[in-house]
Write a protein that binds this ligand. Structure first.
Ligand code: UD1
Ligand code: BG6
Length: 694
């Protein structure tokens, strides 16, 4: 997904080199989200001049191109506003002309960076072309830049010099779709204006004095704005614009001014992800959809284009808890490897402060007051995408066993495609690491509109799903940077088990089962550590035996079916080798035709009630020359591994938790298959960490 970064210094002297460095470093922290080109826009040497530098490929290539421009890096700016962007191509292939920032005209009067998709960009392009605009790119974003200039010119023609926020408001009336947007213009020197609809955007605030308050008051328009320029009618001339002045509130926000009322020296950081801001400041403000954030003269103002009583009249300035260290690789070669190895710690953190292992109780601060509501639900629907979807499949059975409520598991895009019936007595659980996945967010919106009770199981605090659900659980796994989700999976899994334990707490018949599960959870962190010790054996397996195959089959049954699906996804998304997870009971109904002595088959044969049936599936495979890789419990002599390529031994835990351990060898297998192929594991081709477009 694309990344946005903006930097404003007010009353703080910075050289052009420092400013461009802050912008490029900000982009570098967003690299993990997946992208194929990047660009920045900063002030030039001449008055009102804007330099735009863009390049396809990595941020390092952009940095190199910027350094080759020969711009004077020592020029000092006491006040300056710059913007930057990493692009994951949606409209138009990765090439320089399609990179952001996109501009309004050859003089760069308005430059724009944008995440998301403008759904009416074709209509806008036609109208603006008819008004004499010439387009340079295939992007939808360029329409926004040109629309800014068009609306600005028409207002000026009418004698209206709008402030930047008011101008943005008029432009947004014409734009449909999803966006995180940042605009810079020499008409508004040293100012930035940003807004969001369906795509994250936050503002970091850094002042040389203590921030006086931890909130900003939102500026609502004094009157409903009836002055939208309706571009849809092609006959609109320049006189179609309102003659009124700004309809935005004009009251000054006093929040960031120093004691004597003068704006204090400040720096502001716009970003689409907190990880790029944390090195500068921990004070961040998350924008809501349709907020307009305007930075001018050391002041940050939040405006709303329309009067929206439902929305809070203030935006809190939160303190980010993540530390810079947490988003660095440390001794590991890739974030994915680091995050696989973090799982003893991250699974512990998910349970920290929530499970009392002495008294076998679970307390979820974010859910406890809603448990009676959820217990009265007619059904529970788990909704997610990708790996998060697999964590739902992995815990569906224990959820039903402990709560006695029917549980269905849905892919977010599919429940929307089917327009599936949702009712007010449904509880819908949204599992999402990023909390920004568009499919999941749209599904959340769909369920909210039908008055369902919504619960989030989310890693990113302050993300859209975390804020949009009625209640939920933060999995506290720490930032997950690797595109392939690993520690988030095991933490989501545990969070869902804890939720099931909380919901089923008053069932006498389940007391022993609950105690068994809680005690099982207690040992998971150290058991994962033991599984990680298999890495050398797995590395050798991948290097020696898994080199030529075109595909891999994974067999699991019951609780391990989800593990098979998740393992297959890991292999596909990281090593680009086709693999498929199959319910072991289904093998004989078709997939067995695939089996020969070439096809590696990974079988989950850890102990649970279905163990005998998995053994028979393995025998079906070996009887046809298939050579399985068997994952079994350590010391289990009940499995004949003679014909196996390899046998991987994992500790035994409670049946419904075994998937937490069994998935780790697959995470390592996928990692080493990819590494042995020289794939850049943290940037798998075509993928993004969080897909915030449909
Ligand atoms: C909260 C604090 C934690 C503090 C603890 C002390 C936060 C984010 N968490 O943790 O720092 O140590 O109290 O008791 O400040 N929520 C949603 N949707 C989601 C996820 C969460 O609405 O997807 C809500 C929860 O209902 C809750 C709040 O966000 O109201 C925080 O959730 P969570 O962090 O899980 O709560 P605690 O574990 O109590
Ligand atoms: C994909 C990621 O884009 O989105 C997967 O590559 C992830 O790793 C899936 O599981 C869902 O993302 P999220 O943030 O909603 O869990």
């Amino acid at each position: 997904m694309c990344g946005i970064f903006g930097y404003v210094n007010y009353n703080v002297e910075k050289t052009r080199g420092e400013i461009s460095g802050a912008l490029l470093d900000g982009l570098a922290k967003l690299e993990y989200r997946g992208y194929d080109s990047a660009g920045i826009a900063i002030d030039g040497d001449a008055p009102r001049e804007t330099y735009i530098v863009r390049e396809i490929g990595k941020v390092a290539a952009l940095r190199k191109k910027y350094e080759a421009t020969g711009y004077n890096q020592d020029v000092k700016f006491t006040n300056h506003a710059g913007i930057a962007h990493t692009r994951w191509a949606t409209h138009g292939e990765p090439k320089v002309s399609n990179c952001h920032p996109q501009r309004s005209d050859p003089n760069n009067e308005f430059v724009v960076v944008h995440n998301g998709i403008i759904t009416n960009f074709k209509e806008l392009k036609t109208l603006l072309t008819n008004k004499g605009c010439t387009f340079e790119s295939e992007t939808d974003t360029e329409c926004i830049a040109k629309l800014f200039k068009y609306v600005y010119d028409v207002n000026i023609k009418n004698g209206n010099h709008l402030n930047f926020a008011e101008l943005m408001k008029q432009v947004l009336f014409e734009v449909e779709g999803s966006y995180g947007l940042l605009v810079k213009s020499p008409h508004y020197p040293n100012e930035l204006c940003g807004t969001r609809k369906g795509s994250p955007l936050l503002v970091g605030v850094k002042t040389d004095k203590h921030l006086k308050v931890d909130f900003l008051d939102v500026k609502f328009p004094d009157i409903e704005n009836s002055h939208a320029i309706n571009l849809s009618k092609d006959n609109l001339g320049l006189d179609a614009l309102p003659t009124s002045t700004s309809t935005l509130s004009t009251s000054e926000s006093k929040t960031l001014q120093s004691e004597d009322g003068a704006p204090q020296s400040s720096e502001f950081f716009f970003a689409s992800d907190p990880s790029s801001v944390i090195q500068h400041t921990k004070k961040v403000l998350f924008l809501e959809d349709d907020d307009i954030a305007h930075i001018a003269n050391g002041e940050l103002q939040i405006h709303r284009a329309t009067k929206d009583d439902k929305l809070a009249a203030t935006r809190s300035i939160q303190t980010l808890e993540i530390e810079l260290a947490q988003i660095m690789k440390g001794p590991y070669k890739h974030f994915m490897q680091k995050e696989i190895y973090e799982q003893p710690e991250s699974t512990f953190n998910t349970m920290r402060g929530r499970i009392d292992f002495e008294n076998n109780t679970v307390t979820l601060g974010g859910l406890k007051s809603y448990l009676p509501t959820i217990r009265r639900s007619r059904r529970i629907i788990m909704i997610a995408c990708g790996t998060s979807y697999h964590s739902c499949l992995a815990t569906r059975s224990i959820f039903e066993e402990l709560t006695q409520i029917p549980v269905s598991v849905e892919l977010a895009s599919d429940i929307l495609d089917r327009r599936s019936p949702i009712f007010r007595d449904d509880t819908c659980i949204f599992v999402s690491q990023s909390g920004e996945t568009a499919d999941s967010m749209l599904a959340l919106q769909y369920c909210l509109e039908r008055d369902a009770f919504t619960v989030g199981i989310v890693n990113a605090v302050g993300s859209s799903i975390s804020r949009g659900t009625h209640a939920g659980i933060h999995i506290n796994a720490g930032p997950e940077i690797g595109v392939a989700s690993t520690k988030a999976y095991t933490s989501q899994f545990i969070a869902l088990v804890m939720m099931a334990l909380s919901l089923g707490h008053d069932s006498v018949s389940k007391i022993e089962r609950r105690k068994e599960i809680i005690q099982g959870l207690k040992h998971i962190p150290e058991q994962i550590k033991k599984v990680l010790a298999l890495e050398e054996q797995i590395k050798e397996l991948c290097t020696k035996d898994l080199t030529e195959q075109k595909s891999l089959l994974l067999l699991g049954r019951g609780y391990q079916h989800a593990t098979a699906l998740e393992g297959a996804l890991k292999i596909k998304e990281i090593s680009y080798i086709h693999s498929e997870g199959i319910l072991a009971g289904e093998l004989k109904h078709g997939s067995l035709a695939l089996v020969d002595d070439e096809l590696p088959i990974i079988a989950f044969a850890t102990r649970d009630s279905l163990f005998p049936k998995v053994i028979s599936a393995i025998e079906q495979v070996t009887a046809r020359g298939g050579r399985p890789i068997i994952i079994k419990n350590e010391g289990d002599s009940g499995i004949n591994g003679e014909k196996a390529i390899a046998v991987l031994e994992v500790p035994q835990t409670v049946d419904c938790l075994q998937g937490l351990l069994n998935v780790v060898p697959l995470q390592l297998i996928s990692y080493w298959l990819a590494s042995n192929k020289g794939i850049d594991v943290d940037f798998p081709r075509n993928l993004a960490k969080s897909v915030t477009v449909e």
